[in-house]
Every structure is written in C-alpha cells, then in structure tokens.
Design a protein around this ligand. Structure first.
Ligand code: PMP
Length: 451
C-alpha cells in the first residue's frame, strides 16, 4: 500500500500523541528515510540533522552493516530473555569491557529511563543487603534529566517537567549544578567547580550521611543546557562519595559513546563511577537498548551468600538479541572510523567557528565539548538574565526552514529554556558541518540583530 504525503501527515496529526511537541517549532515532520547526516520527510524535503535524532545517531544514518547485523540476528534468534542468556548479549559485554574498562556487571534494559530506574532500585537493595538499610537517598542536581519514569523524574531536576506528576517517590535531594557561565565574580573556573562539588558534601551532611545512598550525575549536563564543569568537579565528587560511603552513578545516556570526545564523559575527570548508565549511542539509535553497568563487587552483595537476595527487577525485552547485535556492530564502526577521536577534533572546530557569536548582544556564551555544543541566549549580558524561550524557538524554526535541524533546552524551569543545542552525528562530513555552522550563524545573527 502506498501512501500520499498529505494522507500520511493528516493521519500523523490525528493519531500520534507526540512527545515534547514544543521541541518542534515550525511544526512537526514526518520523516521517511535518512542517510549520513541527512533525513528526508514525506514531501521529499531534506534536513541536515544537527541533533542526531534525539542525541543518539552517533554513527549517522544508513549504516547497512548495522541493519544487516540486526537482520541476521533476527533470523538466527529473534528473541530470548536474559533471565537465561543469549550469544549477542555475551559478546556485547566483551565490547563494553573494552570501552568502559573491566570490573562491571551489565544489566540490560531498553531505554535510558529504565537504565537509571534500574540503578536507583538496585542501589537501595544493595545497601539493605550489606547491612546499611538506612541509606536510601539519592542526591542529584537541578536542571538534569534522568528519565521519564516516576523515580527517574524524581531524580531529575527539571521542574517544569515534573510538577504536574507530583507527588513523586521520596528520597531525592537536589543541589545546584555547576554553571560556570554564572560563577561568582572573582572565582576561577576551578574554584567555582570545586565549590559546586562541595555543595554535594553539604547536602550529604545536612541529610545525615548514613541516610545517603548515591549521587547521580551526567558528567556534562546535556539537555539541561550543556553545562560543562572543570574535570576537578567530578573528581571532587568522587572523593566526597568515597569519604561518606556513597555510590557515584554516572548517567552516560548522552555523554557516552564519543559524544563529548571521549568514550564516556566521566573519562574527562579520570574517575571510576560505581554505576554507569548508558543508552542512545550504544546502538546509535538503530535499536532500543540500554545498560546499567555495576561494579562487580556490588553484584556479589546480591548473589555472594545465602543470606543475600536477588535483584527483583526484570524487563521482557531488555538486551534484545537484535539490539545487542546492532550494538556490537555499532561499536565496531565507531572503532574502525575512530569516531571518538573525530568527535574531539571536529568539536573543537565547531566551537571555534561558533565562538565569534559571543560578540553579539544576546549571545551569553557558546560552549561545547566534543560534538556537543550549546549557545546560551540572555536578555542582558551583565545580569545574564535568560532570554525568552521564543527567541530560541524562532532560531530553530528559521534553521528548519533552511533545512537544518538544531535543538534547544525545554521544560527545565521557566527561565532556563534559553540554550540552543547541537549534537550532530560524529561522522558528519566536513561540508555538512560547515553548512550547519553557516546556517546557524545566519539565523542567530538575524534573531539578535533583526534587519
Ligand atoms: N538520561 C539522560 C541524560 C537523557 O538525556 C535521557 C533522554 N534524553 C535519559 C536519561 C532517558 O533516556 P530515554 O529517553 O531513552 O528513556
């Protein structure tokens, strides 16, 4: 059956409840196909995808070898649950050991939310089993996103996204995130980052250290506005966690798999988290898959003795064979094409090219690491008061008219939906990167200096 584009768009409008509609200023698109860094809608209009879908298509679109790996796996074994095991999951753990460093057990799910939900549940049971049942609280930061389930939303710090669904599960405490652009005058970036880390120590002490189980953080806050602390921030957080017997969970759902120019975001700080959660880039979005990597000795607390209990958490499709096969191939592609290194190099070029925008009246800061970048718009460069959301929406809509997709922060808190975001495929061709830069510059300049 063939569908006319109009018919397709009408049915879409009438039948699909789209997540985050405001994320699509200028209207939604019904995408039909994609190749490299380009997606094509049902009308045949092509768009350069500066957001890799939703921060996830790290190796770009149209990778036949990943599709083949999933296809062959489906013919061989389309499904078997990980309550037992199957070969592609086992093979993927060997790849993950190479990427992450060994010493972890892997629990498989389907989405970033589930990976974090798994981590949060697992941490609570872990402390019960090692005889520290008083520890149940998780410390997180405002502005972060950790997922859409009730517990991951409670962990998250984007208030506009949360308040309609309250009451949320208790046991989550929030502190201020590092926002180096707004550091107090006279403080160096380093001093500021350390002061922010020390807020976590204060929270642990105020909450009573024996009640705190974990700290969860993205090494770089991504969807919350691309906030990049000094490496010493996460190092100091690691020290604080060690001092008080608190676990450190690194949410690598976006930062993982080369996005920030290293394999994982925590590697900028040279620390070892106790738990690492990953999704998105693990398959570059070709299949749904997520992983909660947990220190092996923590796993012992669930299995090591008859006194211990097992982790009562299961999902039917977690670690789907075709998804695991796609992930292994995806990671092989990233290794062969050195996409982590490329992300670092091209990210520098991108940042350098966009930095000149800071000379404009309403561009507060251009920041980035690897192929992850943000442009923060302000009403006033002295007060740093956030620019209204509609300014960023206008830029997005104009870029889209010109066939270039970029993103923005949304639903964070009323006054922080002012950061334009970029997260292109790590293999974006040079000419496409240039097009992204020139189109974006054109529309930023037009928006802040209207003709
Ligand atoms: N953590 C982070 C940092 C994320 O950005 C996201 C999704 N954007 C999630 C968790 C949740 O992932 P998912 O949408 O796959 O549930």
């Amino acid at each position: 059956m063939t569908w006319e584009p109009e018919e397709m768009k009408k049915r879409d409008e009438e039948s699909i409840w789209h997540a985050m509609r405001p994320y699509s200023p200028g209207g939604g698109m019904v995408i039909e196909k994609a190749d490299g860094s380009w997606v094509t809608d049902v009308d045949g209009k092509e768009y350069l995808d500066g957001m890799s879908g939703l921060w996830c298509v790290n190796v770009g679109y149209g990778r036949k070898e990943i599709a083949d790996a999933a296809y062959e796996q489906m013919l061989k074994l389309p499904f078997y649950p990980l309550t037992q095991s199957h070969t592609p999951a086992v093979q993927l753990t060997a790849k993950l050991d190479e990427w992450l460093g060994d010493g972890y057990m892997y629990f498989f799910s389907n989405s970033g939310s589930e990976a974090n939900e798994t981590a949060l549940k697992l941490v609570r049971q872990y402390f019960q089993q090692i005889g520290e049942a008083s520890r149940y609280k998780t410390i997180s930061r405002y502005r972060t996103y950790h997922g859409s389930t009730l517990a991951t939303m409670a962990a998250g710090g984007q208030t506009q996204r949360k308040y309609r669904y309250e009451p949320l599960p208790p046991g989550f405490v929030h502190v201020t995130p590092p926002d180096p652009y707004r550091k107090p005058e006279g403080q160096s970036d380093e001093e500021y980052s350390l002061a922010c880390a020390d807020e976590i120590e204060q929270a642990i002490l105020w909450e009573a250290e024996e009640s705190v189980a974990a700290v969860i953080m993205e090494p770089i806050i991504t969807g919350g506005g691309v906030l990049i602390p000094e490496a010493s921030y996460m190092k100091r957080v690691r020290d604080i966690c060690d001092r008080y017997g608190v676990l450190l969970i690194s949410d690598e759902v976006i930062c993982g798999f080369g996005r920030t120019g290293k394999r994982f975001g925590f590697m900028h700080a040279d620390v070892k988290p106790d738990i690492v959660t990953m999704a998105k880039g693990i398959t570059s979005g070709y299949m749904p898959l997520s992983v909660t990597a947990v220190r092996k000795d923590m796993y012992q607390a669930f299995t090591g003795s008859e006194a211990y209990d097992h982790f009562r958490h299961v999902n039917t499709f977690g670690g789907h064979p075709a998804a695991c096969a796609a992930a292994v191939k995806n990671l092989e592609v990233m290794e062969r094409e050195k996409l982590v290194e490329r992300s670092e190099k091209k990210g520098r070029e991108l940042l350098e090219a966009l930095k000149e925008l800071e000379e404009l009246s309403h561009v507060g800061q251009v920041r980035g690491r690897g192929l992850l970048a943000g442009i923060e718009f302000v009403e006033d460069k002295t007060t740093k008061k956030a620019a209204p959301e509609k300014l960023v929406k206008q830029i997005l809509a104009n870029c889209k008219k010109d066939g270039v997709i970029v993103g923005k922060t949304s639903d964070i808190a009323k006054h922080h939906n002012n950061v334009l975001t970029l997260s292109p495929p790590l293999n974006i061709e040079d000419k496409d990167l240039q097009l992204l830069i020139t189109t974006l510059k054109k529309h930023v300049k037009a928006a802040v200096h209207p003709a």
